[in-house]
Design a binder for this molecule. Structure first.
Ligand code: FES
Ligand SMILES: [Fe+2]
Length: 421
């Protein structure tokens, strides 16, 4: 459980909040490249961390990410005209570039230099894997872009999507780290007799990117799995990302919970293959099954199955065949995460068990970091860009191998260097 004060501390991310400040130390996914489109397309709304922003593309392909409120008389720049080298407010025609500089004020005298004194709030933005990433923190603390593997592979090796989720961001992150729910909530999807159905034991390691959650399932004597260990290693990427454990022949997937405000979030999933383009089978899986990427409304990004239609639950299937009656792993996760006594779980009412260790450790790490920032200590992770070059692990290995060896074997450089805190 968490005290009410600590729960508030972790779940509130609007401007000026401690957790909001921690989020603003990192590069965050804020939109999809395909939403923003080309330079002749109008701007799009980007609501993130309680801020209302506008994204647009310039003719030189760079991305502008600016406050939605025109500094003149506060009209919404969403109605603005993208002129390829800046955005023009349609009310009185003031024009701004991607850095927030005011380029033109048609009705003001050129003599007054008024426009030099006007600035629109603007954030640095860049693209990787079809996602627009932004840094929304203090200028003097802007870190290098994290060395994610997906940022270095060709675009056709990647596939990214986002979904609107109607709950606080922390409920989603906790779900991603909670490996113990797999054999219950997703029991229909778990292969019968596989090691994943066994209860896990945990080890947790502090790392340069955040933490590594190591779940170990041991094959019992006299069973077909004797002498083997099933490893699911989930990197927790600070502040709100996880890599879903995957076997080497499958794509890797980063999931990232980005607060829209305190009661809604945008869930990003970035999938990538290191050495080859996505296959047709990969794409079919991403676009048709609600396993990793969800089918969503193209405008609102609300999943087609959602809380308003009971996630299209099939009670007959639930009675006879599946645990949930809800189709798709990711959809099942969303259904349980969106209503945990409401959109913000009251964690002082919880009764945590031994399998909640990863969640407890993640919360502790965030609380220590946020409280440290309040005392003037900066988090080290944003400054450690190379550590973010990490993959998840899903492997069955002989019980004689250490977890460090199993981890290293799965990494891009075959080493355990990403573990260094
Ligand atoms: S409100 Fe934008 S130019 Fe006047
Ligand atoms: Fe799940």
């Amino acid at each position: 459980m968490l005290s009410i004060e600590d729960n508030n501390l972790l779940t509130q991310t609007n401007p000026g909040t401690p957790m909001g400040d921690l989020f603003r130390r990192f590069w965050l996914p804020v939109a999809l490249s395909r939403e923003v489109g080309s330079f002749d397309k109008g701007p799009v709304k980007v609501n993130v961390l309680g801020e209302k922003l506008i994204a647009f593309r310039n003719r030189d392909l760079s991305i502008g990410l600016v406050d939605s409120m025109c500094p003149h008389r506060l009209a919404n720049l969403y109605w603005g005209r993208n002129e390829g080298d800046g955005l023009r407010c349609v009310y009185h025609g003031w024009k701004f570039d991607k850095d927030g500089n005011c380029l033109e004020q048609p009705a003001e005298s050129e003599q007054t230099c008024f426009k030099e004194h006007v600035k629109l709030r603007a954030y640095p933005a860049r693209e990787a894997a079809g996602v627009i990433w932004a840094y929304m923190g203090p200028e003097d603390k802007q870190p290098a872009f994290p060395d994610f593997e997906f940022a270095r592979v060709p675009e056709n090796h990647t596939y990214s999507s986002k979904r609107l989720q109607l709950c606080n961001w922390l409920q989603n992150l906790e779900g991603e780290l909670d490996t113990a729910h797999v054999q219950q909530l997703h029991q229909h999807e778990v292969v019968e007799g596989s090691m994943i159905a066994l209860p896990p034991k945990y080890e947790i390691k502090d790392t340069g990117f955040g933490m590594l959650m190591i779940a170990k399932r041991e094959g019992g004597e006299g069973t077909p799995h004797a002498g083997k260990i099933n490893w699911r290693m989930t990197p927790y990427i600070m502040p709100a990302g996880t890599l879903i454990p995957q076997t080497p022949e499958r794509p890797q997937h980063l999931t990232f919970a980005v607060p829209v405000d305190d009661t809604t979030m945008m869930g990003y999933t970035v999938s990538w293959r290191a050495n080859e383009p996505m296959t047709e089978a990969d794409m079919k899986r991403f676009e048709e099954d609600d396993i990793l990427h969800l089918r969503v409304d193209p405008k609102t990004f609300l999943p087609l199955a959602n809380i308003h239609n009971d996630y299209l639950i099939d009670r007959a299937s639930q009675a006879t065949e599946t645990m949930t009656g809800i189709a798709g792993l990711r959809m099942q996760d969303v259904a349980v995460q969106e209503d945990m006594g409401g959109p913000i779980a009251q964690r002082h009412k919880e009764k945590l068990g031994s399998t909640d260790l990863a969640i407890v450790m993640m919360r502790r790490k965030l609380l220590t970091t946020v409280k440290g920032m309040l005392q003037g200590t900066e988090p080290p992770q944003p400054g450690n860009a190379p550590a973010f070059n990490v993959r998840s692990v899903f492997a069955e290995e002989s019980a004689t191998k250490s977890w460090q060896d199993v981890f290293a074997k799965a990494q891009p450089d075959g080493s355990a260097g990403a573990l260094d805190a």
